[in-house]
Write a protein that binds this ligand. Structure first.
Ligand code: BGC
Length: 762
């Protein structure tokens, strides 16, 4: 009998729902949506009208699936909410089968049957793992970055995921902060371009227009804002910075993500100038929505709302939920504060129902756009998942991404490449030589670390049937070694002509909550390198790390250094391509490498100060210098070598001045591949605004081009430097281009001053 009653009431309910029109509505309500699609707006509103206050708040609630280690078992924390239709989104649920099980409960067993939006941290690949984002940014190859994001989206969407918590677009100026690995480095101009490329890649095009296509993911720009400005690089720490620095350096990449059409943002954990981002109405509403016009939704970071209590701005979790929702946070990630407290807060008039309605609308709209409301199971197809996972084409892109991301920092006497034709013996040593686990980095998603190609495998494959004979001895683990281990490595080195040492960090040492105060190689590995050096054999260092390390000693002692970051699934093949010279390295640093930890934070676009250091004599007293080190980095932003040489000349500007509004100067320069090997070069355009209403950086990147040049080839490059690119937030906190004199460089890296010109803005 109960079953019959249930059936009848379900049928009646479905009829009511259809009659009210939310499956296909013609409701006339006006609403400012992300898509601007009137039909969707009407459908969202029709659905909203059917919802209780609690159900609306349920849509604003997200839980992590917390799968048990043995399989998809739902956590007790969220199951009761799921059963009542009080969850809008779940993340960390994996596999088509697991996701289907959750979706079935949401769709079949709840009053309104609103499907769940499935999220996941798809950061640098889903199953096919690409180099960490910091590494990939070093390729300066935007098409490549867009493509790897597309592939990640194809794989994840085929597995039932709808939403990635990426790209992370936080500027990183401090290598102690472990999350620099997830971003695009220290520069806002490059950061903007990379943010756009990744959003377009994940969402299948600009403006979110392709959302809902089965190969796309909803993207999430994170972490708004200035998460990377954490004092002393300590994760989650206070960011204390001027509004000028916030607006001129940290905010631009979030804005660029927005302009590329990102559908969601994630709030950052940190406070900025005394206000935690999660409770910051100025940031989340006045800047993000009123000033920038964002129309998607904002999710808090993991328990970020609950953390307003220890931050000391909320009395308790209810107060925290109210602060967050009133600031402009639409979804609570895992904290359960919204679902526990907001109904009461609305009843007691501390949160308006309109705020809840608008938040719910924004979330529902994404579900409509992704096609989930019309077909909750449309992404779930085991065959498609299988066909779209780790395909040969994806592997090929991953391999290219590796060889495009490794930065050649030093190459004494052209010891690299070691071409196959050479008849030599090479000793392969180091803790990361025969490793496939660490090479994927901390955010390797659902990638199977065991499927990654180690450097040993890559080199063995590369040099099989060649003149190059390989020996292997580990020599040291990541943090410890023994005299016997070192002795083995020494013996291999003595029998070889060249040593290649793969050293670096454990993958846990970067990523979230992975801050280091000593960014040198661990003691054990340094001992190994010292012992190898004593053999007198040249050592080629492959450094694998999630951040710039202090490689000062290595720079003095090693014959060559290849910064390979954490390269992912195809690590060994991609690195072997570079070592053997089948690929000429073309990557350029996107973060400065310090000479020592005391220099941090260090970045090329620093201010001059009133007592600038004379770089030709840094010992002059009472200047903004150090007593015991240079102020310059070991390797600057934009730097990287290749197996050929390049020369830039004939810098010309088509005019010597331009107007502040709607004008441009065309800059040309000649680039020559002056060596004997074909290669790709990143030509970089920098400017310096000499006098501003507020102080300006000593250099700012304003353009770049990655061009392929055959050995001996000469090519002219052209940049259109537009007046609007020179705009910044000045003394009145308005963004504009100020008249005055400028310097300009077309350069190979940020410390290359050879080709300089001047111009004026009238
Ligand atoms: C991180 C976010 C991430 C979230 C979900 C948080 O701890 O800060 O970047 O997206 O967890 O995994």
């Amino acid at each position: 009998m109960r079953k019959v009653t249930l059936l009848v009431s379900t049928i009646l309910f479905i009829l009511t729902v259809y009659a009210s029109g939310w499956k296909d509505s013609t409701s006339p309500d006006k609403w400012n949506s992300f898509s601007g699609d009137k039909k969707i707006e009407q459908r969202v509103d029709s659905l909203l009208r059917l919802m209780t206050l609690e159900e609306k708040i349920g849509q604003m609630t997200q839980f992590s699936a917390n799968w048990s280690i043995t399989g998809p078992v739902m956590s007790d924390d969220f199951k009761p909410y799921l059963d009542k239709g009080l969850i809008g989104s779940i993340f960390n649920a994996t596999s088509v089968e697991g996701i289907r099980r959750i979706q079935q409960i949401a769709v079949d067993s709840t009053r309104l049957g609103i499907p769940i939006l499935f999220g996941q941290d798809v950061i640098h690949g889903y199953k096919t793992i690409f180099p960490i984002p910091l590494a990939e940014a070093c390729s300066w190859d935007l098409a490549l970055m867009q493509r790897t994001a597309e592939i990640a989206a194809i794989e994840a969407a085929s597995d039932g995921i709808n939403w990635t918590f990426a790209p992370m677009v936080d500027i990183g100026r401090d290598a102690r902060w472990g999350r620099v690995m997830e971003g695009a480095g220290e520069d806002p101009y490059l950061g903007n371009r990379v943010a756009e490329a990744r959003v377009i890649g994940f969402q299948g095009g600009r403006g979110g227009a392709s959302l809902g296509a089965l190969h796309t993911l909803l993207a999430c720009g994170k972490h708004l804002a200035a998460y990377g400005a954490a004092e002393s690089g300590r994760d989650y720490n206070t960011a204390e910075l001027s509004e000028h620095t916030l607006r001129n350096i940290y905010l631009p990449p979030y804005r660029a993500a927005l302009e590329a059409g990102v559908g969601t943002f994630m709030a950052s954990f940190n406070e900025i100038n005394g206000v935690p981002a999660t409770a910051d109405r100025w940031l989340m509403t006045e800047i993000l929505r009123d000033e920038w016009g964002f129309k998607g939704f904002v999710v808090s970071d993991y328990t970020g709302i609950n953390e307003l209590v220890p931050h000391g701005v909320a009395e308790d979790e209810q107060h925290a939920a109210e602060l967050a929702v009133n600031a402009g946070i639409e979804m609570d990630m895992t904290g359960a504060t919204f679902i526990k407290y907001l109904t009461q807060s609305v009843e007691e008039c501390r949160v308006s129902e309109e705020t809840i309605d608008n938040a719910t609308r924004r979330i529902l709209e994404m579900k409509f756009l992704l096609g989930l409301i019309d077909d909750p199971y449309r992404y779930l197809d085991e065959v498609r998942a299988k066909e779209n996972t780790m395909t040969p084409a994806f592997m090929e892109t991953a391999r290219k991404a590796v060889s495009s991301s490794v930065v050649l920092l030093k190459n004494e006497e052209n010891i690299l490449p070691i071409r196959k034709e050479k008849a030599i013996t090479v000793a392969l040593v180091g803790p990361l030589m025969n490793d496939s686990i660490n090479l994927n980095g901390e955010w390797a998603g659902l990638g199977d670390r065991n499927k990654s190609v180690s450097i040993l495998e890559g080199l063995t494959e590369k040099y099989k049937d060649s003149g190059v004979n390989l020996l292997y001895a580990e020599g040291s683990a990541i943090s410890e070694t023994s005299p016997a281990k070192i002795a083995e490595a020494i013996s291999a080195a003595r029998s070889a002509d060249i040593v290649i040492a793969a050293v670096g960090e454990s993958f846990h040492w970067s990523g979230e909550a992975a801050v280091r105060t000593d960014i040198r190689l661990p003691e054990a590995q340094r001992q190994l390198l010292e012992a190898l050096k004593e053999t007198g054999k040249p050592v080629v260092l492959i450094n694998l790390s999630g951040r710039p390390l202090d490689l000062s000693w290595e720079d003095e002692q090693m014959a060559a250094i290849l910064q390979a970051w954490f390269p992912g699934t195809q690590a060994g093949y991609g690195i072997a391509d570079v070592i053997a010279g089948d690929v000429n390295p073309s990557a350029r640093l996107v973060m400065s490498f310090p000479r020592n930890i005391g220099q941090l934070p260090i970045y090329y676009n620093r201010k001059n100060t009133g007592r600038p250091v004379d770089l030709t004599d840094e010992t002059i007293d009472y200047k903004s210098n150090y007593l015991d080190a240079s102020i310059t980095p070991l390797y600057p932003f934009g730097y990287g070598l290749s197996y050929t040489t390049y020369a830039i000349s004939d810098l010309r500007l088509d005019k010597s001045s331009m107007k502040a509004i709607d004008d441009k100067i065309t800059v040309t320069a000649t680039v020559h591949n002056s060596g004997a090997v074909d290669g790709e070069m990143v030509v970089q355009l920098y400017i310096r605004d000499l006098v501003g209403s507020v102080t300006r950086p000593v250099k700012e990147l304003k353009g770049f081009q990655k061009i392929a040049l055959k050995a001996g080839e000469v090519r002219q490059v052209t940049f259109d430097l537009r007046s609007k690119e020179l705009a910044f937030y000045g003394i009145d906190m308005k963004k504009k281009t100020e008249p005055g004199n400028f310097r300009l460089w077309v350069a190979q890296h940020s410390d290359d001053n050879e080709n300089e010109a001047t111009f004026a803005v009238e």
